[in-house]
Design a protein around this ligand. Structure first.
Ligand code: PLP
Length: 476
């Protein structure tokens, strides 16, 4: 494809994208294909010669689109949102157009420098402590700073590796067999996966307090650490979550931080979805104690209008991270005191992700972004109020950060699952269930960039109608 053919194809693809967003609301949210359906309509070998762009794009429309889940539908409420906005899309387009690889400052100075600036911008918007910023208010470079990674999973893993490097400094390698890591039974599965990947020998999963809304109990955490120390183990890493996946519970970060400091553990705070809510002054109380954390993560690609992938992590002191991940062969030498972000992550190669975040922060500005998050928080409160009004339902956890959990009151887990499956089958909206203290609950995660009050009201109406059809139908 030459430049002129690209110009034509790209213009028609941009038209396609605009039409898609004009119509996405009317599409069935969930693809109803079965496993293998897409594969069955594709050739088993790549073409030996070039194919025309017309043919490729019509195959995309006919063969691929039927298998797409419409995450950007205003009626998509499953998981947590995957953020989208047009400025971000343009940022991704430009990043791909330039296709630079910013592993070192010298390998593309703009990629590195913009990332340092933009991650500091976001850190300041969220009120993160000065120590987490790369450049302080007097323009001095500190020991901390942030970086953009692919996902929260990767952030949790690199934080764990930094924690291990810190505790293992000066110790014999054999001490790695004594390492223990702590998190709650509500922590995301990626925390356990990080422990698996890093071959952490001891993992303590602490039960949460159901009456306080599924958050970590500091007394249990401290007792577990004491017990492990007494058994000759080496506690080194704990993860607290702000906005757990199942119910958006918030762990008591201040109390966890005090315990982390007392016993010299690394505290990582996982705010994958909800962390960006720190840009709202009225939500900041959830973040109390974050100054005691060693690292903090949030994904603008979940709730801050930035397309996947864009996950930011800040470190109070990035030296242990660099100690864990720096390895510089002759062909990867950097330039003196520049930030070389290959030393802050597992892969060497890295995309120019800060560009899209920069576009988003500039195109919206802080106030509009705050308004965007407040809108979703209000939508979730609207759904919760509707659920409370209908005596067939109960709200299972306090609505928070745009998420509402509910279930059928006094009925079995199977009934709630059957209700959601029947509801999803309508194609009009999509949500998922989770497990909270042995109960199946449905989650409505409000966060779509097109979702308005009329959508959540219609969704709730349909949930009620589906329940009526399933459970109030006259006996045969
Ligand atoms: N942590 C929490 C609290 C999450 O909710 C999720 C995903 O929803 C993750 C971590 C994993 O995020 P990622 O897909 O960016 O690895």
């Amino acid at each position: 494809m030459d430049v002129e053919s690209f110009r034509v194809a790209a213009k028609s693809m941009i038209d396609w994208i605009c039409d898609y967003y004009d119509n996405v609301e009317s599409l069935p949210v969930r693809s109803e294909l079965s496993v293998g359906d897409i594969r069955s309509v594709l050739p088993s070998e790549a073409p030996t010669g070039p194919e025309s762009w017309n043919k490729i794009s019509s195959d995309f429309q006919e063969k691929i689109m039927p298998g797409v889940m419409h995450w950007q539908s205003p009626n998509f409420y499953a998981y947590f949102p995957s953020a989208f906005s047009f400025p971000s899309l343009l940022g991704d387009l430009m990043s791909s157009a330039l296709s630079v690889n910013g592993f070192l400052w010298v390998s593309s100075p703009a990629a590195t420098e913009l990332e340092t600036v933009v991650v500091d911008w976001l850190g300041k918007m969220m009120g993160l402590p000065q120590a987490f910023l790369a450049i302080d208010s007097e323009g001095k470079r500190g020991k901390g700073g942030g970086v953009v990674q692919t996902t929260a999973s990767e952030c949790t893993l690199v934080a764990l590796l930094a924690a291990r490097a810190r505790i293992m400094e000066g110790r014999p390698l054999s001490d790695t067999s004594r390492l223990v890591c702590y998190f709650s039974d509500q922590a995301h599965s990626s925390v356990r996966k990080a422990c698996m990947v890093a071959v952490t020998p001891h993992v303590r999963v602490l039960p949460t307090c159901h009456s306080t809304g599924f958050s970590m109990e500091p007394a249990l955490l401290e007792a577990a650490i004491k017990e492990d120390l007494a058994a000759g183990l080496l506690p080194f890493y704990m993860v607290g979550t702000i906005g757990t996946t199942s119910s958006c519970a918030v762990d008591p970060i201040g109390e966890m931080g005090a315990i982390a400091q007392k016993y010299k553990l690394w505290l990582h705070v996982d705010g994958a979805h909800a962390g960006v809510a720190a840009i709202l002054p009225e939500q900041r109380h959830h973040f109390a104690g974050v100054e005691l954390a060693d690292s903090f993560n949030t994904n603008p690609h979940k709730w801050l209008l930035t397309t996947f992938d864009c996950s930011c992590i800040w470190f109070r002191d990035a030296d242990p991270l660099k100690a864990a991940l720096s390895l510089t062969p002759a062909y990867l030498r950097g330039k003196g005191n520049a930030y070389d972000y290959q030393n802050w992550e597992i892969p060497v190669g890295r995309r120019f992700r800060s560009l899209k975040l920069w576009f988003v922060l500039r195109a919206y500005g802080q106030e509009k972004l705050q308004g965007f998050l407040r809108h979703h928080i209000r939508l979730a409160e609207t759904v919760a109020a509707l659920a409370r009004k209908d005596e067939r339902f109960e709200v299972s956890a306090p609505p928070r950060f745009g998420l509402v959990c509910f279930r059928l009151k006094g009925r079995s887990n199977e009934d709630t699952s059957a209700l959601i499956e029947a509801f999803n089958k309508t194609g009009k909206a999509f949500l998922i269930t989770t497990d909270l203290a042995g109960q199946t609950v449905a989650r409505i995660a409000c966060g779509g960039f097109m979702t308005q009050e009329r959508h959540v009201r219609a969704t709730w109406q349909l949930i009620g109608d589906t329940a009526t059809a399933l459970f109030s139908a006259p006996e045969e």
